[in-house]
Design a binder for this molecule. Sequence first.
Ligand code: AMP
Ligand code: MG
Length: 493
Amino acid sequence: MTARPHIFQFDNSYARDLPGFYVAWEGAKVPAPNLVLFNRDLAAELNLDAKLLETPEGAEIFAGVRQPDGATPLAQVYAGHQFGGFSPQLGDGRALLLGEIIDKAGNRKDIQLKGSGPTPFSRGGDGKAVVGPVLREYILAEAMHALGIPTTRALAAVTTGETIYRDGPKPGAVLTRVAASHLRVGTFQYFAARGETDKLRQLSDYAIARHAPDLAGQSDRYLQLFRGVVERQASLMAKWVLVGFVHGVMNTDNTTISGETIDYGPCAFIDAYDPAAVFSSIDHGGRYAFGRQPVIMQWNLARLAETLLPLIQPDDPDHAVELASTELARFPDLYRSDWLTGMRSKTGLQTEAEDDPDLFETMLAALQEQSVDYTLFFRHLADAAMGAPEKLRDLFADPEQIDVWLQRWRKRLENEGKAPVEIKAEMDGVNPIYIPRNHLVEDALQSAETGEYLLINKLLEVLQSPYEDRSDLEAYALPAPAAFGPYRTFCGT
Ligand code: AMP
Ligand code: MG
């Protein structure tokens, strides 16, 4: 008799290497698992056989009711600062790490179910997820990936046949998420808050093995681990801000060590440019507003630094603080440098000039004052580079303000010594025309809640090629109609 091939070739390092960092747990039973979205491209990258997963058995696995061979499902423990206040005990309250697999490129990936039922960390929550937020995370994560932004991915979404009560009855659902790891700043905070330095060292060495293997065995590896996280997160923040993404709930438990975007809850893309933009219904103080994200990330990284101090210089706390502070202090310049490089590309410039910051700030001030659509601005700017500024000017109620800026920008472009077509092609290659606009996401989600997946599948397809203008997709490039009104998002519970 030949053995049935395993669907996942699990190699579960977290379960194996970190006992005491999780609780072994299983998914809750649900009545009717139904696979509604499956990411074939990602499955191929992960060396998974779609034929075995796009099946009733696959739906049961993705709903958490059937344990695939080799899985060691577990709920991870972590803590976290939520809106600035410390919660010493969070953990996976509605998620299970099924295990890890090695993808085609040789990278280790977590396979996690989100919404698979209560765990010992549910803190009174039901451990479930509902279809709207599950599909929102699916759309946003895949859109971010297509935009070249480090992110967790979405492999599958199932509905469970359960009715879950939120602000009314909702269809239950589970998301299968793929991540470079689920190590969070909050994971480190959990053990630091308990004074468990040995466990913190174990966790740090595990993080090094996964995210900075070259550091293994080096005497200053914990400081270097921190340095790497600072660099990855500075780069990530620049990418978020350049594309107009608002995460919405940048708590330290939603801040990864890998540098991937994680936990898409009340997130959204800005339409009109506004550093104060907040979409989350619970972010009353604007703590996680669009323009505050880099500052908040630096604050979150300071919390990570605090946890690592006893490892960085066990015998000399003052020196440890000094070393960690020096690394943390690099963040603003790292961020700024990435942002400036990115903004140069977005405006068709490659050569640096001393007045770049002022050039971009003047441009953004005009966008902000006249509530101009951030995404469309850069696409139309590429047309202006070709000598056709009409569409760009039409975005402004008072175009004179941008005319003055355009003159200044054109002078800079001339110094680039490139043909206008070349500049336009380069600009269009970095400025998306299709982003997950809030009204499009809402339409797709509302339709999916009634069991109709046409809109969401179309939207996912459009967002897979965000830079390539397709004439039949004009509606996907447009801002929300006025009737859509101000947008509010709700935490993905
Ligand atoms: P999030 O806002 O999704 O990052 O979640 C913050 C914390 O609340 C995490 O520990 C989650 O596991 C937990 N949590 C969120 N929603 C639920 C739920 N419906 N049931 C149990 N725990 C939850
Ligand atoms: Mg979270």
